[in-house]
Ligand binder design. Structure first.
Ligand SMILES: C[S@@+](CC[C@H](N)C(=O)[O-])C[C@H]1O[C@@H](n2cnc3c(N)ncnc32)[C@H](O)[C@@H]1O
Length: 254
């Protein structure tokens, strides 16, 4: 990812920030499921130092704070951080994973017990990922862990073909991320969990038009409209049902 790519990622989230929490994936039941998946792996104890890197609007940070007491919420998009709930247990830090890993941005704690990164590792350029993961691992206290939640390379979303193909080309392989963390000296475990989503087709189509995934930002309006037509043809009926599968990597420092 070049700096112009980083700029367009930031522009995407700046634009999406105000409506981010209204996405389909963020029903209370979905958030409860995803929070459980993360918390089970993170095993946070009260008082531990936790950083949610790529926290966005803090959808999951509040649940992490309920377990830890407080959470450092780091994100390069100020517009996303501006949507954090007004809660003193959430400590906003405007920084990318690269800034934190390279210690260009100093966090309000020297050592971290838990780092959570949900759907943000793909925004770190491929050429920098291994260095960033190693740098994050070095911030962990002994026994500390990183939990990465990310989509697999193949997703079952009812998107149009060109979007699914582009996703597969761009999405990092969770197995590769796991290997980078093992190479950084951490003990790793890669597991998958999935949640079945059911939603009105019209709602999903309006989210596609709204480019709810950063992937969709790379399609023109005309391409997106053709994509919407393709989805309408491929998925008859008013409702869509599909599995949202996630990869979870836990990497623990000895
Ligand atoms: C799909 S959102 C996920 C937000 C939140 N973790 C969640 O699950 O709701 C991706 C987030 O990663 C942030 N991001 C983009 N580039 C990043 C980077 N290089 N390092 C850390 N976060 C980044 C974006 O600003 C955005 O808030």
């Amino acid at each position: 990812m070049t700096s112009s790519h980083a700029d367009s990622t930031q522009a995407h989230y700046d634009r999406l920030a105000a409506s981010y929490d209204q996405n389909w994936a963020y029903s209370p039941a979905y958030i409860a499921w995803m929070s459980r998946c993360i918390l089970d792996r993170a095993a946070i104890q009260p008082g531990q130092v936790v950083a949610d890197i790529g926290s966005g609007t803090g959808l999951y940070s509040s649940r992490l704070a309920a377990a830890a007491g407080r959470v450092i919420c780091a994100d390069p998009s100020q517009a996303m951080l501006d949507q954090l709930p007004d809660d003193p247990s959430l400590i906003p830090v405007r920084a990318s994973a690269q800034d934190i890993a390279a210690r260009r941005t100093k966090l309000p704690a020297e050592r971290l017990d838990v780092i959570v990164m949900k759907e943000a590792i793909h925004h770190v350029p491929a050429s920098e990922r291994a260095t960033v993961l190693r740098g994050l691992g070095e911030l962990l206290a002994p026994g500390g862990r990183i939990v990465i939640a990310m989509l697999p390379v193949r997703i079952g979303y009812p998107l149009f073909t060109a979007a699914l193909e582009r996703f597969e080309r761009l999405q990092p392989d969770p197995a590769g991320i796991t290997t980078s963390l093992s190479d950084a000296g951490l003990e790793t475990e890669l597991t998958y969990d999935s949640y079945t989503l059911t939603l009105a087709k019209d709602r999903y189509l309006s989210m596609v038009r709204n480019r709810y995934m950063s992937l969709l930002a790379s399609f023109t309006d005309a391409e997106l409209e053709r994509g919407v037509t393709e989805i309408q043809e491929r998925f008859p009926g008013n409702r869509l049902e599909f599995a949202d599968q996630f990869a979870f990597i836990r990497a623990t420092r000895a």
